[in-house]
Design a protein around this ligand. Structure first.
Ligand code: SAM
Length: 231
């Protein structure tokens, strides 16, 4: 059955792009069941208020607990199994390819996209009674909201779901799957604007090609991401 992903945001239109490309096709093919919700649908006042000033003072606004609790309750009550509830947050654990793998094995993910200075902390406690909660960061920088982070995670997770990417072999050789960055790739023509494709790739010698690629992976990782290599 389809992997289900619910997204809650005050900007549901952000997720329109999920209708294009591989993920769009996966939805049409019934591999992915993505449901995008407007948080304001769970407000009850005339102004559809989702934020208020922070206790203790400070700049910015904080998202109110009640609309979030209503949204999470409604989604959890409609779920076939206990979902994993993800709060994109710069204060969360770091998102990696390993996280994407783990999440791709879950039948139901919920992304709760914060805005402003974030969400009232009690929402996390409440959500833990409805699913397995994870606060996850895309990286060490600050975005305006959780939407772009959720989108990146949905794309990284979605392409690991069997059937979404046509050729599963193309997933195995990628950056980060073996702890190294990917080797450089070339396509025709063999000479382009005076620049040549490395001759080994034209040799037909599969052993030599594999060795060259491995060497390139290690060299590139050493130059660009030494933190990925063992000390
Ligand atoms: N005051 C918060 C802090 O310092 O941790 C930052 C709030 S940020 C302006 C608003 C929202 O954007 C956050 O609640 C979160 O949902 C999202 N966000 C910002 N940076 C992110 C990141 N690196 N990874 C994931 N989500 C992020």
């Amino acid at each position: 059955s389809a992997h289900r992903i619910d997204v809650v945001s005050i900007f549901p239109g952000f997720f329109d792009v999920l209708e294009v490309s591989l993920l769009g096709r996966a939805r049409v093919a019934g591999l992915l069941d993505v449901r995008v919700h407007d948080l304001r649908d769970w407000t009850t006042d005339r102004h559809r208020t989702v934020d208020d000033t922070p206790y203790g003072g400070g700049a910015g606004m904080v998202m109110k607990a009640e609309p979030w609790a209503q949204a999470i309750d409604a989604i959890a009550e409609d779920a076939a199994s206990e979902p994993v509830i993800i709060f994109p947050s710069p204060a969360g654990e770091r998102f990696t390819q390993a996280t994407a793998r783990e999440l791709s094995e879950e039948p139901h993910l919920v992304f709760a996209c914060g805005r402003y200075e974030g969400i009232d902390e009690r929402v996390y406690t409440h959500a833990a009674s409805r699913g397995r909660v994870r606060a996850i960061s895309l990286g060490d920088y600050v975005l305006n909201g959780g939407e772009v982070a959720a989108m990146a995670m949905i794309e990284a997770v979605g392409r690991l779901i069997p059937g979404v990417v046509g050729n599963p072999a193309s997933l195995v050789e990628e950056s980060h799957e073996d702890g190294l960055l990917e080797y450089p790739s070339y396509t025709k023509p063999a000479v382009w604007r005076g620049l040549e494709v490395p001759p080994v790739l034209l040799s037909g010698n599969h052993g030599a090609i594999a060795a060259w690629r491995r060497e390139q992976q290690v060299q590139r990782t050493r130059e660009r991401r030494p933190d990925l290599l063992p000390d």
